[in-house]
Ligand binder design. Structure first.
Ligand code: LIP
Length: 279
C-alpha cells in the first residue's frame, strides 16, 4: 500500500538538510549575529532562526498548499498556535538557539507532521553532528538510516536522566525545577545531563544512551518530531505527572520504558505553565 505521507516526509528530510547547511554556514558568525529576546532575557532568537523557518514554510507552501503550520518564530510574531485535525507541519527552525549563539554543538532542525492531532512523521537533524533522526508512524525510528532502539535498563538507579533548566527564571519556578532535580539526583541515578535542545534530548532517549528526559516549559515545536522518534524506538511518552502526554501542555516525559517513566514522574513537581494553545 502506498504511504500517502511519504512524499511529505521526504520533503521534510530534504528541507532539514538544506536548513542544516544554512545553520552550519552561520554558526561561526553566530556570536556576531544580532541576538534578540522573546519571553525573557534568556529566551533567544536570531536572524538565522527566522531565515530557516521562512525557508521551510515557503517551500512547504509551494509543494503542499493546503497544509497548515505551527512554527516557533511565526508564533513569536503573532500567529495562532492551535493544533487542528488538518495536516500540520510543526517546525522549530533551530532547537537549541542558545547553543547556536554560543557555538555549543547541539543544534537541531525539528520538523513534526501531524494529522488528526497524531504525529505521522518526525525529522530531527542535529546539524553540527550531521545526524539525521527520522521516524514514520508504525515504521520505526532511524539515525542516518540506522535503526534506533531505547535502552533495556529497567532500574532507574542505573539510568542517565536528561533535563533542562528552561528559560523561566521566576524564583518560584526555579525553586520547583531544583526541588525536582534534587529528588531525581538523590534517587540516586547514575547521572543527569542536558544537551540544551529538547529535540536532541529525545533523540538521545531513542538512541538508548539516556534512559529518560523530562522538562516543563518546552513548546509543541520542541517535542512533536522527537515524540514520534522516541515511541518508534520503543520508548514511552507521558505527562510529567504520569498522565497522558498532551503536546500543547508544555510538559513532557520521555523514557525507555514504563517503569523508569513512572518512577521519574513520582519525583517531579509537575507545576502548570500557560499552554501553547491558551487563548
Ligand atoms: C529550547 C529547548 C530546551 C529548553 C530551552 C528552549 P529553543 O528550545 O529545546 O529544551 O530548555 O529553554 O525552549 O528555544 O532553542 O527552540
Amino acid at each position: 500500500m502506498t504511504d500517502i505521507w511519504q512524499s511529505a516526509m521526504d520533503h521534510a528530510v530534504a528541507l532539514a538538510r538544506k536548513a542544516g547547511q544554512v545553520v552550519r554556514d552561520a554558526v561561526g558568525d553566530a556570536q556576531k549575529e544580532a541576538v534578540m529576546v522573546k519571553s525573557s532575557s534568556i529566551d533567544l532568537v536570531t536572524q538565522t532562526d527566522q531565515k530557516v523557518e521562512k525557508l521551510i514554510i515557503q517551500s512547504v507552501k509551494e509543494k503542499f498548499p493546503t497544509h497548515c503550520f505551527i512554527g516557533e518564530e511565526s508564533v513569536a510574531a503573532g500567529e495562532v498556535c492551535v493544533l487542528t485535525d488538518s495536516p500540520t507541519w510543526i517546525i522549530d527552525p533551530i532547537d537549541g538557539t542558545t547553543n547556536f549563539v554560543h557555538t555549543f554543538p547541539f543544534v537541531a532542525i525539528s520538523i513534526g507532521f501531524s494529522v488528526n492531532k497524531q504525529v505521522e512523521f518526525g525529522v530531527v537533524y542535529s546539524c553540527l553532528q550531521d545526524q539525521m533522526y527520522t521516524a514514520r508512524r508504525g515504521k520505526g525510528a532511524f539515525c542516518n538510516g540506522r535503526p534506533l532502539r531505547v535502552s533495556h535498563e529497567k532500574d532507574i538507579r542505573q539510568a542517565i536522566i536528561a533535563t533542562e533548566f528552561g528559560s523561566n527564571r521566576d524564583p518560584g519556578v526555579v525553586d520547583k525545577v531544583f526541588s525536582s532535580l534534587k529528588r531525581v539526583v538523590s534517587i540516586p541515578v547514575h547521572g543527569v545531563r542536558g544537551a540544551g535542545s529538547a529535540a536532541i534530548n529525545m533523540c538521545l532517549v531513542a538512541s538508548g544512551c539516556v534512559e529518560a528526559y523530562y522538562e516543563i516549559g518546552i513548546h509543541v515545536w520542541d517535542i512533536a518530531a522527537g515524540s514520534l522518534i522516541v515511541s518508534e524506538a520503543g520508548g514511552v511518552l507521558m505527562d510529567v505527572d504520569g498522565g497522558l502526554l498532551d503536546l500543547m501542555s508544555r510538559r513532557v516525559l520521555a523514557a525507555n520504558n514504563q517503569s523508569v517513566a513512572e518512577h521519574l514522574a513520582k519525583e517531579i513537581d509537575a507545576f502548570r505553565v500557560r499552554r501553547d494553545d491558551a487563548a
